[in-house]
Write a protein that binds this ligand. Structure first.
Ligand SMILES: Nc1ncnc2c1ncn2[C@@H]1O[C@H](COP(=O)(O)OP(=O)(O)O)[C@@H](O)[C@H]1O
Ligand SMILES: Cc1ncc(COP(=O)(O)OP(=O)(O)O)c(N)n1
Length: 293
């Protein structure tokens, strides 16, 4: 396992608050624009960050699902990562689809060398469409990145894999799984209620080491919105949190800011009318409604 370089649950204070935080997404692509790198860059910009992207895999997908995946040689991923970190101070990294053991190892090695102050790991395994985005057997490699991360943002099925348990069927069980993952790996965990049923959709940051002030749980909740257009919500929330945290250095504030923005983006998702399947959220709803006023 790679030596842990990140221990504080708050991340490092932004050294340059006058400029937009520089946020690097390491993820796969979605040419239909709803998930992956494309969603990350939109989310980073929507939250006021300067977005950068290193591509792990090219994914032929749309609002109905995944057709095929092409993974370039991993040496080229390392070249992309070094090209950015040799030149630019990175304030935060968001990691999305890794896909294979080899890609995960390259990202782990680069993290150990580049030491970005904030690392948000979205442990992407399976898309909402049911298509796999992580090779069978690559879960152990993914687990090695948890101690190197500031925050991990699994959905409920991914949380169960990380915990090595059955999928949680209630919010209370999900929080307990998140506590066990946090304690075991020494990482802040975002438990997400998107895959539960009920009127409300809760999210909570869990850190068994304690946030500043001593709390181990920061919870928010809002109404569960009725729309099929939620493609890319996990990608969008994780990259938004990386951006907000680089600016705020306060997880409670970042969670409130990002979940409020995400809820509005889901509320306005149907306005986009993109695709005939599980469509994207409306990342720029505020900007676009202001432009047409
Ligand atoms: N129908 C919905 N209404 C409101 N919020 C939602 C809805 N579906 C998902 N979310 C929110 O979207 C984010 C991603 O959740 P989730 O669907 O669990 O993850 P993933 O997209 O990784 O599968 C969470 O903040 C969750 O609360
Ligand atoms: C390239 C790529 N990465 C991740 C996902 C999964 O996105 P997610 O935010 O979990 O949303 P759904 O697609 O599952 O709705 C993806 N599809 N493509």
């Amino acid at each position: 396992m790679i030596a842990s370089t990140f221990s504080a649950p708050t991340g490092t204070p932004n050294q340059h608050p006058a400029r937009p935080p520089r946020v690097l997404s390491i993820a796969g692509t979605d040419p239909s624009g709803g998930a992956g790198i494309q969603a990350d860059l939109k989310s980073i910009a929507a939250l006021g960050g300067y977005g950068m992207a290193a591509i792990t895999s090219l994914v032929a997908q749309n609002t109905h699902g995944i057709r095929s995946i092409h993974t370039p040689p991993v040496s080229f991923l390392r070249e992309q990562l070094d090209a950015v970190s040799d030149d630019i101070h990175i304030d935060a990294v968001k990691i999305g689809m890794l896909g294979t053991v080899e890609v995960t190892a390259v990202v782990g090695d680069w993290l150990a060398a580049a030491r970005p102050p904030i690392v948000v790991l979205d442990p992407v395994m399976v898309a909402t469409s049911g298509d796999r985005l992580l090779a069978p057997g690559a879960e152990d490699a993914l687990r090695t990145l948890l101690p190197e991360s500031t925050l991990v943002t699994p959905n409920l099925p991914e949380l169960a894999v990380l915990a090595g348990e059955e999928r949680a069927e209630s919010w209370a069980n999900a929080l307990n799984q998140a506590r066990r993952v946090s304690a075991h790996y020494g990482v802040t965990v975002l438990a997400k209620g998107g895959h539960l049923v009920g009127d409300h959709c809760p999210d909570a940051l869990v850190d068994e080491r304690g946030f500043p002030g001593g709390d181990t749980l920061i919870e928010v909740s809002g109404p569960r919105l009725t729309t099929r257009n939620t493609h890319g919500t996990g990608c969008s929330l994780s990259s938004a949190l990386a951006t907000a945290q680089a600016r705020n250095n306060d997880w409670a504030l970042s969670l409130r800011e990002c979940t409020a923005w995400l809820r509005d983006s889901i509320t306005h998702a149907d306005d986009l009318e993109v695709g005939s399947g599980n469509g994207p959220i409306n990342h720029f709803h505020t900007l676009w409604s202001a432009a047409t006023r």
